[in-house]
Ligand binder design. Sequence first.
Ligand SMILES: [Zn+2]
Length: 326
Amino acid sequence: MARCAFCDADFETGPGDVLLICPYCGTAQTKEGVKFKDHYMIRVHFDQHEAQTTLLDWVSKQLGVPEDLPVAANFVKYQQIWYPFWISRVDAQTEYRGLGRDANFYNEWPQRRGAYKRIEFFMKPESGAFTRRHEINIAAVKDIDEDVRNQPIPTRAKEYFSHAHAEEYDGKVLHSNLSEEQAKQMARQIALDRQTKLVLQEVSKIESRDDKIDVGETFLIHVPVWELEYRYGNKKYKASVSAPTGYVIESEYPRSMAFRAGGIGAGLIMLLIGVGLILLALSDVIGLPLPTLFPVGGLISGGLLAVIGLVLMYKGASSKEAKERV
Ligand SMILES: [Zn+2]
């Protein structure tokens, strides 16, 4: 529990929460009650109904989805969750010295221009300097689905956080597990790692380097996501849809009986061919009156086919439905 330093209301917090958003007045504040001002949001453009329609429209275009899904699906859960992210603009300047790979070419073949009889590789000292501006995006809650974490955030469309706007859709605004200081430290490290990658494109070994990493504008932004669940037949399927853009972040969906039966059939055929290949490869060993064909290759490809066949059959038959990403 925490008490809002601005409206005096008591509200719930979790163990890792360090930057809190009061669910009554919407003020972002530290646990010590210091107001945090650089708090933004992306506005909702898809209400619950539009998000559901967009989702069903997307799902019904997926391979093997039953045709009656858009009319037969029933939404059983719909909640708008506002996920917090820290965004930092980081200016990075790196000077480096290192060793790059180079080569000498000897004795060009007379008939083949550009082909050499002998190539000698060696390491050569190289140095350089460059600057980059990075936009670093860090999810501010640890317990977050990977696809929700990696969704594109249109930061150019940001506006100041509006408590009233989040309340319009009964949105649940999550507290941040990271303080501004922690977020800036992480952004610095991520920018440094990106610089290292860039240097390693130029040299294969870094001997010395000097980095100036400047973590500039850093803000907290809340991004609304529709967390939906629908029932089709006797099963339930979960989905996440971006509330600003209608983008289907991820969704589970049913597969029709015909599609699954097709999968089982294809799996069975592959399994049979695989077993046949294995038998042919082993016919000497097990004393079958058949010629031994490709002993090693037959075993390997037969084994692979059999395994793929079994997987296809399992996927087709199992009740756990396929989950696909956009
Ligand atoms: Zn408050």
